[in-house]
Write a protein that binds this ligand. Sequence first.
Ligand code: PMP
Length: 437
Amino acid sequence: NKRPNDLSAFWMPFTANRQFKETPRMLVAAKDMHFTAEDGRKIMDGTAGLWCVNAGHCRPKITKAIQQQAAQLDYAPAFQMGHPIAFEFANRLAAIAPEGMDHVFFTNSGSESVDTALKIALAYHRAKGDGSRFRLIGRERGYHGVNFGGISVGGIVANRKMFGTLLTGVDHMPHTHLPGKNAFTRGEPEHGGDLADELERIVTLHDASTVAAVIVEPVAGSTGVLIPPKGYLKRLREICDKHGILLIFDEVITGFGRLGTPFAADYFGVVPDIMTTAKGVTNGVIPMGAVFVKKEIHDAFMNGPEHLIEFFHGYTYSGNPIACAAGLATLDTYQEEGLLTRASELADHWADALHSLKGEPHVIDIRNIGLVGAVELESIPGEPTKRAFSAFLKAYERGFLIRTTGDIIALSPPLIISRGQIDELIDNLRDVLRMID
Ligand code: PMP
């Protein structure tokens, strides 16, 4: 774990990170709520890594399960062959899934889960004999990973503008976030529920019978913790049902307890047809994703006419034994420690702490749901990321990891955080806000 002399070969993901390359902040160890930096300092993880380490770091049960599985059956293909642990893990996941989502397709990441979900949706309509549904609808400011499907339906223009037309037949609904209107709201905002009617407008514009699926993050994470207004997701469900369109929830961030329920579908009381997950499925420890699918969709592939169903899809590492072992131990840990619902117990404390930042320098909005929060700062004119980035640097100096997107500070600590640690995190952020220009 020593810093190599030559840092040139590793291409850091995302070119925006060029600025980090000169002086990367190296992390060399981790335990529970904290990283250890190369200089030995403890850094509190205010973001659960990249929204993934829900049970905290280096949990012994998960580590041990990985070691044992690696020693017993390190690799086996999960197609044409089987190995028990993949079947067992799929059963365990289906048991905690929203009603009727009985089947699980394993991938290796969130981006792969999104592509898998889009392909299942398109192929499902064909499997049912309906070849006219080819359109996909996403949302502005939606983030669905970086593979071609994900950037096509994703709503961040900067992520797709270099790549031409990408998937065709894609449209985007306006996002639910109404700048200024919901400032300092706690929980689901009242305003903007009628924005779901934008979907009705868009599907009608294109002829609803050509639309295959709509994909949304129940709460947009990476673009700044944007919480839908009351009733929004229910209304999307109604519109999709009315027109025979599949509804996909991208729960890569919201899955596995982040909102205080196993999935956001449970929180909002809306069951999608397909649900993508990754990150928390293995506590972020081993790359894995899982796509949950309703029985009816799965059965259309298994029981439909063979000439219509040629679903050539799967990965070398789908259902990888070591990843499944990590996932099972993760699920045990979540269930033994009540972590899938712990965020609901902490939500009020979290909201009070976050909202105590109202009135601090630069703060123009605060948003929270479950154990996720965002503190939006007023940008310096012409420099839309500078202020939050200074906050990131100052926080790191003080021993806290926060995440920034534009001038929004996002927080999503491991679900094991104590009330005292929440106060510590927010008090430090308060000090940081008072220190930056
Ligand atoms: N979907 C959502 C909602 C995400 O937040 C992310 C990652 N932040 C992804 C997909 C992509 O996941 P991955 O980085 O594992 O490919």
